[in-house]
Structure formats: structure tokens, C-alpha cells
Design a protein around this ligand. Sequence first.
Ligand SMILES: Cc1cc2nc3c(=O)[nH]c(=O)nc-3n(C[C@H](O)[C@H](O)[C@H](O)COP(=O)(O)OP(=O)(O)OC[C@H]3O[C@@H](n4cnc5c(N)ncnc54)[C@H](O)[C@@H]3O)c2cc1C
Ligand code: FES
Length: 282
Amino acid sequence: MTSPVAELARLRHRPRVVQILAVVDEAPHVKSLSFGDKLSAAAKPGQFGMIWAPGTDETPMSLLPSGNDDGVTITVKERGEGTRALLGKRRGELIGIRGPYGKGFTYDGERSILMIGGGTGVVPLLSLLRSLAPRGVECNFILGANTSHELLFSTEIQGLCTQTGGSFRVTTDDGSAGTRGLATDEAAKLLRARTFDCVYTCGPEAMMKRTIELVEHAHVPAQAGLERMFKCGSGICGSCCIGPYLVCKDGPVFSSEVLKGLPEFGESTRDASGRPVRLPRP
Ligand SMILES: Cc1cc2nc3c(=O)[nH]c(=O)nc-3n(C[C@H](O)[C@H](O)[C@H](O)COP(=O)(O)OP(=O)(O)OC[C@H]3O[C@@H](n4cnc5c(N)ncnc54)[C@H](O)[C@@H]3O)c2cc1C
Ligand code: FES
């Protein structure tokens, strides 16, 4: 007889078609799509699904379980064909999903944590925050964006951090909200003033690379969720490799210990044909 865990592992590879139950505008060119899917609703913070709109390729998207029954949300930012097709979907229309896949963030009894998020990297951190806030963990958050219009989930994040006795700080590149500058500038100040049991980060790779440098200096362990070019999303094609790792299978979340040994981290990624491409600098 198959164990429930093995059965779950098998079923997640099976593509499902789900109906969109709600669409919410979050920011210019960013929308959240909610649907019901039992397997995705059990996703751990940092795990992703392979999502597709009919007629387009699959795209990896972080899964944000709502905590009620089988409700799940994905928050999509327009980048190319696949994300544009998802953003064009309306309530009642159908999309496809497989997963959840990958290794998400781990929590090992830490009492105080700092999260640093930018862009749609905020989605897996919000999932982590939702799961840790009710457990009495002091949660601190630095939310970064280019402008005030691009800040995602700031009201919910601020509310949850406050509940835990933690702090919430905003940075924008143009100074239109919070402190003008980079999320990592704010992190540097905070890490000079106090310590944390763990730092969690997700967003542009340059931001995560700088975060890993800061935590090294402050002797704090960290975990970072990487976004790389995925094709299969399940450890078969090799398009997401970084050093000896497959980001879709061994990650997308990696510890600072692993990342500091990877010269490509924060420096270069791979395009759809596998060619190395330099990553933008902040
Ligand atoms: C684990 C994981 C979780 C993610 N979660 C989210 C999320 O919650 N919300 C969200 O909006 N996006 C998320 N992404 C990024 C998203 O998957 C890409 O934006 C999407 O695949 C682009 O597909 P497309 O067809 O729209 O663009 P394409 O037409 O395929 O490409 C457009 C441009 O984007 C680049 N690109 C494509 N895929 C990626 C990628 N994976 N990483 C970086 N650059 C890429 C291409 O090189 C090209 O320059 C996640 C990626 C990963 C790996
Ligand atoms: S996307 Fe195919 S192995 Fe990772």
C-alpha cells in the first residue's frame, strides 16, 4: 500500500485545471489570482507551483495558501508572454497548475527573525509570516520597492509584524514611501543595532546577495529564495542549475552557507537556452 506522503508526491505531478475565484489588482501590472486546489493549499512557505494559461508555457509562481480549506493565491507580475496571459484572466476562467514543488523556508524554533523582501519575492515571505506570527515569533520585516505604488501587501505585513511585537520598515528607490534607498541599506542599519536568530530574504538576486554579505558580517544564519529560469520545474531538464544544484529541486530556498559557496549567485543567471547572462546590479 502507498503511504500518504508518497501518494501526495505522486499526485502533485498531475496537471489540474482550476477555476479562478477572484482577481485583485495589487499594483500596476501585478494581480493576485485566487483559486481552490487541495494540493497547493498544503504548500509550505517558499514552495511554488507550475502555472499556465491555456496556449502558453508554464511559469513558476510562489503559492500563498489562504489558510481556509483549499484556497490558494498566486500574485503575478507581468514579465513576458506567460505572465501577460495570466494577468488577462478573469473570475470564472480556467488556468492549469502542477505542484507544489521545491524546498521552502525552514523554521527551527527561532524566537526573533528579520525578513527582507522585494518585488513578488514578498509573496513567499508573507506565507512564512502568516505561519510564524501566530506561533509567538517576533517578526520584523523590511519591504522594498521602486516606488510606493509597487509595495505589495504592506497593510497585512505591518499588521502581522505589529501583533508579534516586531518592526515594519519600508524603503523605496524614489523615496515616495518610507526611507529613500535600498532595503539592504535599512537591513545594514538594523543588523548593526541588534541581532536576530535568522534572516529570510526573497527578491532581486542583487538584494539577496547583499543580504547574505550583511548576515555573514553579523554572524546570523540566513535563507534566500531564488528565482531562476525554470522549464520542467521538477528536476528533469537542468535549465535552473546553479553550481551543483537544481534550483527547482534542491531549492528554491537555500541557506547562506550554501549560497556563499556559489560564485554565480548574485552575478549571473541563465537564459532560456542555458547561456549565462549577467544579472543587473542595484
Ligand atoms: C520559484 C519561483 C517563484 C516565482 N514566483 C513568482 C511569483 O510569485 N510571482 C511572479 O510574478 N513571478 C514569480 N516568479 C518569476 C516568474 O516565474 C517569471 O516572471 C515568469 O516565468 C516569466 O514568464 P513569462 O512567460 O511571462 O516571461 P518570458 O517571456 O518567459 O520571459 C520574459 C523575461 O523574463 C525572464 N524570465 C523568465 N523566467 C524567469 C525567471 N524564472 N526568473 C527570472 N527571469 C525570468 C526572461 O529571461 C525574459 O527576459 C517566480 C520564479 C521562480 C523560479
Ligand atoms: S527547471 Fe528543469 S531541472 Fe529545474
